[in-house]
Design a binder for this molecule. Sequence first.
Ligand code: ADP
Length: 274
Amino acid sequence: MTELERSIIARVRVEPGENVSLRERDPRDSRLFGEEKGTKSATAALAKEIDALQDRLYAEGSRALLVILQGTDTSGKDGTIRNVFNATGPLGVSVTPFGVPSKAEQAHDYLWRVHAACPRRGTIGIFNRSHYESVLVEKVRNLSSPELIEQRYDQINAFEKHLVENGTTILKFLLHISKDEQKERLQERLNDPRKHWKFNPGDLDDRTHWDEYQDAYDIMLQRCSTPHAPWHVIPADRKWVRNATIATIVKATLEEMDPQYPKAQWKPGAFTIS
Ligand code: ADP
C-alpha cells in the first residue's frame, strides 16, 4: 500500500471503539486530493485497476468482497456505484438495493434477506443500503423496540465476523453530506424534469429527522466499526472527492487481498490446436 493510500484510509476509517461524532467530520474535506480535474482522471484509472483485480478475484474463485454503502437520501450511493465500478465487468459484480422489507422479508429475521444477497466467491457484492437500516430507519422511526435495536449491534458484528471468517472481506462506507448540500440536491430533483423520478416526498419527511439520523449514525459507527469490518466516513459533499476516496480504498483492499490466477491443471505445451 502506498503512503498516500495509507493516509487516505487513516483519515476516514473509524477505529474500533472510537467515540466518533459526524458533527466533527467535515463533509467538504478535500485536503487529501489535488485539483478536481486531475483527481477525476485518477479515479477513472483506479476504476480500471479495480476491474483488473476483480478479474483475478473471479479467476481465483475462493473469496469475495462486500462493499456496504449507507447514507441519507441524495448522499450519492448510486453515483458512487456508477463511478467506482463503471469499468468492472458485470460478470463479477452484483448490486443489491435494500428498501422497505417486503411481506416475505418481514416474515424472517432482519438478516435473512441480507445473508441471501451476500456475494458468492469470486465476486464483488455492493449493498445500496443494508442491514444497517435496522439500526437507522427502524430506530429513528420507532419501527422496532429499543430492546431489539440494542441487541442488533452485537448481532451485526457477529454476522459480519462470520462472513469474514468464511472468506468475505467487508468494507463499509458512510457517505457523509451536510444538510445544506442535501437541500441543494433535493432542489435539483424538483427543478430538473430528468431528475423528477428520483424525488420522493418521503425524503422531505426524513429530512425533518436529520439530527436523530446523525445520532443514530454515530452510535452505529461507534458500535459496529470492528477490526474485521471497518466503517469509513466519506466526505461526500463533493462528488469527485467521494468517488476518489472510495475508489482508492477499494483498489487498495483488493490489492491487499492479492487474488491469484489459478495454475493450469495441464502442462503448458501439452496441447496443440489444429
Ligand atoms: P434509495 O432512497 O436508497 O434510493 P428507495 O427510494 O427505494 O431507495 O428507498 C429505500 C427506502 O427503504 C429508504 O427510505 C429506507 O429507509 C427504507 N428501508 C430500508 N430498509 C428498511 C427497513 N429495514 N425498514 C424500514 N425501511 C427500510
